[in-house]
Design a protein. Sequence first.
Length: 239
Amino acid sequence: MRAMQNFHPRHFAIVPAAGSGSRMGAVRPKQYLPLLGRPLIHHALSVLCASPDIDKVFVVLSVDDAEWSRHDWSTLGGKLVPLFCGGATRADSVLGGLRAISGEAAQSDWVLVHDAARPCLAPWHIDKLVRELAHDEVGGLLAVPVADTLKRADPQRHVAGTVPRDSLWQAQTPQMFRYVMLRRALQGATDVTDEASAIEAAGLRPRLVQGDATNLKVTYPLDLHLAEWILQNREGARP
Ligand SMILES: Nc1ccn([C@@H]2O[C@H](COP(=O)(O)OP(=O)(O)OP(=O)(O)O)[C@@H](O)[C@H]2O)c(=O)n1
Ligand SMILES: C[C@](O)(CO)[C@H](O)COP(=O)(O)O
């Protein structure tokens, strides 16, 4: 790791893409499912690689990924670097990516972690996150305020209570933190489903940057249709 503090921190994207997509139930991991004629992951990578804010884009693939090399990524340019170091969980994959770039990243460089499974990432999402967090001591994440009434279920799936939704937000990605802070937090964290949780477990408070619902995560088959609709109907318009 480059120890020197830099006054103009760089921004690296890490895209964890080593999952199996079990909830999708498809014949291949969802990051490679076709979406508008390209592998699903291509859409977010394309936006990240085209962003003037991002210096490099590291994709974390499983160690035995056999599909990456079957596709043509050349249109995305020289910022894109595949890393075959995915782990058993999303957090393991992100930590593997952070370790793999230790020779390149300085302690205070920013890392934006973005799910391969969020193909509707738009340029304005990155722009807003980077601008709003530029002078933040901790970093933060895109998120949207919860809009629905929330119910807690009992084991028989009856309503056990209504959870006040005030102050509740749904976490999205990218999630943006300083390289060294994120690496230390993930090394010390257990059972976290996002980077912010690891930072929180380290006693810090990530900032919530308001995103929008178009940046959905493809988890179930219906989400693939929603993503396709969003990408086809967006036409550059910001919601
Ligand atoms: N061991 C893992 C598990 C997940 N991911 C990545 O983390 C992101 C978000 O995870 P999720 O939506 O849960 O993807 P999967 O783990 O593939 O899906 P599932 O939980 O349904 O199996 C995805 O881009 C996925 O590829 C990863 O890099 N390494
Ligand atoms: C990081 C994330 O996308 C934020 O919503 C989410 O936590 C990933 O969770 P998953 O359980 O791995 O799908």
